[in-house]
Design a protein around this ligand. Structure first.
Ligand SMILES: [Zn+2]
Length: 127
């Protein structure tokens, strides 16, 4: 009877695109600093909860920290390979603001297809 009731309750629960389970969630914006489950739908966080949740894809984050992406304000490496490494380190935005580039429009055109993390640059004063 209890098993049937739990099954009925679980059938009505949402199924997220992806769930990240049991990670230590750290969010400076809300001061959340605790173990939680995260449900993602449409590429966005739909729920952060202590309740059990289900998803079409599951990431086991037990023993790991789950945090918003980091912004690197001093990122000279601006290639597809370095963007990939930044993303693996949790960097979601890599900014080249010190050296910049001589042709900002060309720099952005080269990245129109997308990169592993967001990037931006400034116009170089070096000529
Ligand atoms: Zn530098």
């Amino acid at each position: 009877m209890i098993t049937a009731l739990l099954l009925v309750l679980q059938l009505g629960a949402p199924v997220y695109d992806r769930v990240i389970l049991g990670g230590h969630v750290m969010d400076p914006a809300s001061n959340l600093d605790a173990v939680r489950n995260i449900g993602l739908s449409g590429g966005r966080i739909a729920v952060i909860t202590t309740e059990a949740i289900r998803g079409r894809d599951t990431v086991d984050a037990k023993g790991l920290v789950v945090a918003p992406g980091f912004i690197d304000l001093h990122a000279h490496g601006q290639t597809a390979e370095t963007y990939r490494f930044y993303a693996l380190d949790g960097v979601t935005t890599a900014l080249e603001l010190e050296l910049g580039t001589a042709d900002v429009a060309a720099w952005y055109r080269e990245r129109e297809g997308g990169t592993a993390c967001r990037s931006a640059t400034s116009r170089s004063a070096w000529r």
